[in-house]
Design a protein around this ligand. Structure first.
Ligand code: NAD
Length: 289
């Protein structure tokens, strides 16, 4: 029997690549329910699988912020069980904290945090009843250390760490494995989408000039990092596959292999000042301090 996989956020990026890889598995081991908020965006996914995988791929509408849409998607799973749940949908929010509207802050917490949690809530009783399951969550190094101009994004991803670690402790008693796939920068629409929305944002002008010049510096740093160190979605998919295929998956996987040095620094220097000055140096190195 095929393993039933349900993935959120499959219209682009990591979710799309993972859905394509699993649906076109040479051993046809997986039945993939690729879900997306907006079905109008399904062409990209369909093009990637070239219509060859009718029995391994189903595309469903699912907005992770809408409980009814999660339940509707769950109803559409003909196997009536999900073996592997991949919570991948997520958004970013960047810019000076003082210009963020309450609505945009709510929105990112709604998608990244409550969206992930309520998706898991919907499928958890089924997994417990089955006596087995895998929950994989796309995590971020921004969930392990803070980043300037990303307060809400990091808050949402830090919160995911806490939620998942808490679940992992309990769910091992139900033969359900929780894994976080911790990504650094990945070549997806993620940053492009973000910057598009920021540049046209008049509210940015409310920030003081010092903040704006540091923000510009940060954006340059981001551009540089994405150009030089970003991974491709295929690299991320390999790590997902490792976790999926392992009989005893780890709780955390770092997509770049090793634990990033800055995260080690947080652990070895727990008072935090070494991390803060190292990160500041990396990002704002030639800013006048
Ligand atoms: P992406 O923007 O291509 O993919 C995110 C997907 O989530 C999109 O398809 C989007 O439509 C979907 N989505 C947004 N709101 C949704 C909602 N309410 N319901 C359902 N789907 C929704 O970018 P990506 O890089 O593939 O992002 C996937 C995950 O990876 C995110 O959780 C992101 O935080 C995480 N991540 C990305 C990076 C990176 O550099 N790209 C780094 C670390 C972590």
């Amino acid at each position: 029997d095929k393993k039933v996989v349900l993935i959120t956020g499959c219209s682009s990026g990591i979710g799309l690549s993972l859905a394509v890889r699993l649906a076109s598995d040479p051993n046809r081991e997986y039945k993939v329910y690729a879900t997306m908020r907006n079905l109008a965006k399904k062409e990209r996914l369909l093009e990637c699988v070239k219509g060859l995988h009718k029995d391994t791929l189903e595309i469903l509408q699912m907005d992770v912020t809408d409980q009814q849409s999660i339940l509707n998607a769950k109803e559409m799973v003909v196997e009536e069980q999900v073996d592997i749940l991949v919570c991948n949908a997520g958004v970013g929010l960047m810019g000076p904290l003082e210009v963020q509207s309450l609505d945009s802050m709510r929105q990112i917490l709604d998608v990244n945090l409550l969206g992930t949690i309520q998706t898991i809530q919907a499928f958890l009783p089924g997994m417990k009843a089955q006596g087995q399951g895998r929950i994989l969550v796309t995590g971020s190094t921004g969930g392990l250390h803070g980043l300037p101009f990303n307060e809400l994004y990091c808050a949402s991803k830090f919160a995911i760490e806490g939620a998942c670690e808490s679940m992992a402790v309990l769910l091992q008693h139900f033969n359900i494995h929780v894994s976080l796939i911790e990504c650094g920068p990945v070549n997806t629409d993620f940053l492009v989408n973000l910057q598009k929305s920021e540049l046209g944002d008049m509210s940015l002008q409310q920030a003081d000039t010092r903040t704006l010049s540091l923000y510009e510096k940060y954006l340059q740093h981001c551009g540089f990092v994405f150009q030089n160190a970003a991974q491709d979605t295929e690299d991320i998919v390999k790590v997902f596959l490792d976790a999926i295929q392992s009989s005893n998956p780890s709780f955390r996987y770092f997509t770049c292999g090793d634990i990033p040095p800055l995260i080690k620094l947080k652990i070895t220097e727990p008072d935090g000042s070494a991390y803060i000055s190292a990160m500041s140096k990396i990002i704002f190195s030639d800013a006048d301090q």
